[in-house]
Write a protein that binds this ligand. Structure first.
Ligand code: SF4
Length: 450
């Protein structure tokens, strides 16, 4: 079995999610709205052709990682940036915090960066006495709630405006509207804006690293990314090594797919291409491995490195709609989270959420890079079973299936035993049955057919 603490953590998150009817309502509204908007937004492009182009570009990178990393590094250094390699999460944190220490920086402004979540940068920085302020609205909301993002693109998608109003009122120590999103956004903006001018360091992520020019591409809708990149005197880019694309043309292909797949827009409000530091400032690019090379080395997982973090796979996922991203994933949520967590955070962290995938394959149909997510999830499940085994009831059921005669006999006995239970229904509604108590706690099961 996975580490007891990891198992306990997952069970707790799952129970909390299932006991929260509002979560289901919020996520159902979001998924339905996203699906129709995304279909409209992809109506004016040849999605299949762009997807094939993107896939080709990403295969070029994952098959020649060192060559393109070298090309990117040379170009970025030539443009005046400092480029660092981080083998794992603690190395990445150490590099950034050393830079902060050398410059005597205490306040850090951060824009959205999933890599910073992956390496748990805020915890590492706060442990050394730095103050980190999230400047993306959704990230700021989850920061004041002391939560992780529940979605890779919309960190606070699990919350209603009423819940956000309550949290903001507590954090800002004044009454904030529970209904007016405009008032909430305005108040958050007033609170956050000064940080850009006071911070000694701005941290951003990267949506793409363009090898031919050493350029960082960043897409946002709030403009906070470019403020983090240009106002504080030190700009740090935290990026996974898989963010490389060979050329500007490939970055534009990604841009066209990413906006449509992530937020159902033709283009996001802000797209920044940053080559070298702002004059008079410093720019550091931290290239994070943290399990990515291990992924590249396994042919069955190489394509997971092609992910452009659009979160479309979460937006169509039925179990995600029921339990949200805190349970369905670890730090990376949705279908891709079920795959990459093993490589970034270990099999213990990856094991629990595997049981939530229904293998409906919806994720693969919308993925703009065509990653074979359902097959990869099954591959991670096989690793989990190999490492931790399976529970006794499942083992017994599978052993029975392997012996058809014994299975038939067992089913005949079970059919007889179930007769007193349904009370005229075709469904089994009882919480008292041994073995299936977990399965009948929140749903009815069909009867075994005669
Ligand atoms: S796996 Fe595909 S759909 Fe999911 S986040 Fe990555 S690119 Fe988007």
């Amino acid at each position: 079995m996975p580490d007891r603490a990891a198992r306990h953590e997952f069970d707790g998150k799952l129970r909390q999610a299932l006991d929260n009817p509002r979560l289901h309502t919020n996520l159902t509204a979001f998924q339905q709205g996203w699906r129709s908007a995304r279909d409209r937004a992809t109506g004016d492009i040849d999605f299949a052709t762009l997807r094939a182009d993107m896939k080709r570009a990403k295969f070029t990178i994952s098959g020649n990682l060192d060559r393109y990393l070298g090309e990117f590094r040379d170009a970025a250094v030539g443009a005046g940036a400092h480029v660092h390699d981080a083998v794992d999460a603690s190395a990445a944190n150490r590099i950034v915090l050393d830079i902060a220490r050398q410059h005597g920086i205490s306040l850090i402004a951060k824009s959205k960066s999933m890599v910073s979540e992956e390496i748990e940068f805020n915890h590492a920085a706060e442990a050394l006495g730095h103050r980190v302020v999230e400047t993306d609205l959704g990230e700021w909301i989850v920061q004041i709630r002391h939560e992780r993002p529940s979605h890779m693109v919309m960190p606070a998608v699990h919350l209603s405006r009423q819940e956000i109003g309550v949290d903001m009122s507590g954090a800002l120590d004044r009454e904030i509207s529970r209904e007016s999103i405009a008032e909430q956004v305005g108040s958050a903006r007033d609170e956050i804006r000064g940080t850009f001018f006071r911070a000694g360091m701005g941290i951003t992520g990267a949506n793409a690293l363009i090898a031919e020019s050493g350029t960082v591409m960043m897409v946002t809708n709030e403009g906070n990314g470019r403020l983090c990149a240009s106002l504080p005197p030190v700009h740090v880019v935290l990026a996974g090594i898989e963010k490389l694309v060979p050329s500007f043309e490939d970055a534009v292909t990604q841009m066209r797919l990413l906006a449509r797949s992530a937020t159902a827009q033709r283009i996001t409000s802000y797209t920044s291409f940053i080559t070298g530091p702002t004059p008079g400032h410093e720019m550091h690019i931290v290239l994070v491995n943290n399990g990515r090379r291990a992924m590249a080395a396994l042919p069955e997982f190489e394509e997971a490195l092609h992910c452009i973090r659009c979160a479309a796979c979460a937006n169509v996922c039925p179990p995600y709609r029921e339990v949200g991203g805190h349970a369905f994933g670890y730090i990376y949520s949705g279908a891709i989270g079920l795959v990459v967590t093993k490589f970034h955070h270990g099999l213990d962290a990856a094991a629990g959420p595997q049981s939530l995938c229904l293998s409906c394959n919806a994720c693969e149909t919308v993925c703009p890079v065509g990653i074979p997510l359902p097959r990869q999830i099954l591959d991670v499940r096989a690793m989990v079973v190999e490492e931790f085994g399976i529970k006794q009831p499942k083992r017994t059921a599978l052993a029975l299936h392997a012996r058809p005669r014994t299975a038939n006999l067992a089913l005949r006995i079970a059919r007889r035993m179930q007769r007193p239970l349904p009370r005229g229904s075709t469904l089994l509604r009882t919480r008292r049955l041994p073995f299936v108590r977990g399965q009948t706690r929140w749903r009815s099961l069909p009867l075994l057919a005669d």
